[in-house]
Design a protein around this ligand. Structure first.
Ligand code: GRG
Length: 298
């Protein structure tokens, strides 16, 4: 990634963090807001909101109208991490290099903080997106809310998590593994770019193109996550490595081996960039997201 693109990434990241801080003020009862803020403001790459902002920008020339939605998607992502780390799910002590939410605030507050974020996120989309004649159309906002609620629900994110948990210690098929990845991880990448494209009022062709791009990088991202679980340390990952094997999880590596999995990541990221090129979507940031996934495993 060249310095110019790195700078653009940093600017987006700073903006997202400033807005998240502003959108989640401490109020009574302080404990729940502190717990929500602890996880949402704990760092992280902010990839999903950056995808939303950049997709909106490249397809409409500006990203301001996508800021509340981008932050809401990061809240949803944080919620899924808080719940994923709970003792009844993956039982993790570390996330983003810090103690997990339930380790700091206790299990009941962590469950409630996740629940609170899940409903607060669409509240932010509704209350903070400027709607009106020369602003975002109400119909457009409804489409974004539909995308958001479907992705967060039992048809996507929760479906992926349920099948993932059910599959622990079992020999599952490649199709089942693909289902888990597409829903547990891919759904949020798809939501991120589609929400940006919808807010940009783009046409069907471009919407389909960014959707395909997101499918490719979403799958590549999860394979990368599986690879890093095997090859990285706690310091590099910010979370406990080696968990997949310990929990008897089937991953891309158990099906294809490490080297073939790396090749698949590379191919998916190249295909993602080719889709953008083919449809005339000129974004160094979207390309850099794909390339950074490729580079992390090599
Ligand atoms: C939506 C109600 C509701 C429940 C969620 C717990 C759950 C159901 C789903 C789990 C989803 C999950 C944890 C998927 C893993 C995705 C993944 C690889 C996350 C890591 O993303 P990064 O590396 O993290 O972008 P940072 O910390 O950089 O943001």
């Amino acid at each position: 990634m060249n310095d110019d693109i790195k700078k653009q990434f940093e600017e987006y990241k700073k903006l997202v963090e400033k807005k998240l801080d502003e959108f989640i003020p401490i109020q009574y009862p302080e404990k729940i807001w502190e717990s929500m803020r602890y996880s949402v403001l704990a760092g992280g790459k902010r990839l999903r909101p950056i995808l939303t902002l950049e997709t909106c920008k490249v397809l409409s020339g500006s990203y301001e109208k996508a800021i509340p939605t981008a932050c809401a998607i990061e809240m949803l992502h944080s919620q899924s991490l808080i719940h994923d780390d709970l003792p009844c799910m993956d039982n993790d002590d570390y996330r983003r290099g810090k103690l997990t939410n339930h380790k700091v605030f206790g299990e009941s507050t962590a469950v409630l903080a996740g629940d609170a974020l899940l409903s607060f996120a669409p509240q932010i989309i509704i209350q903070k997106t400027k709607c009106g004649e020369n602003e975002v159309k109400y119909e457009t906002l409804l489409k974004v809310l539909e995308e958001f609620t479907v992705a967060a629900g039992a048809e996507k994110l929760i479906a992926g998590q349920v099948v993932d948990i059910d599959s622990e210690g079992k020999q599952i098929s490649k199709e089942t593994l693909k289902f888990i990845h597409e829903n547990k991880t891919g759904a949020l990448f798809k939501l991120s770019v589609r929400a940006g494209a919808i807010l940009a009022e783009t046409d069907e062709e471009k919407l389909n193109a960014v959707t395909k791009y997101a499918e490719k990088i979403g799958l590549a991202f999860q394979i990368m996550d599986d690879i890093l679980d095997v090859t990285s340390t706690l310091e590099e990952l910010g979370k406990t490595p080696g968990k997949d094997e310990k929990e008897g999880k089937v991953t891309y590596i158990s099906f294809y081996g490490l080297e073939e999995s790396k090749k698949q990541v590379s191919s998916l990221c190249t295909e993602a960039c080719d889709i953008l090129e083919k449809h005339g979507i000129k974004s160094d940031i979207l390309k850099a997201v794909a390339n950074s996934i490729k580079e992390r495993v090599n």
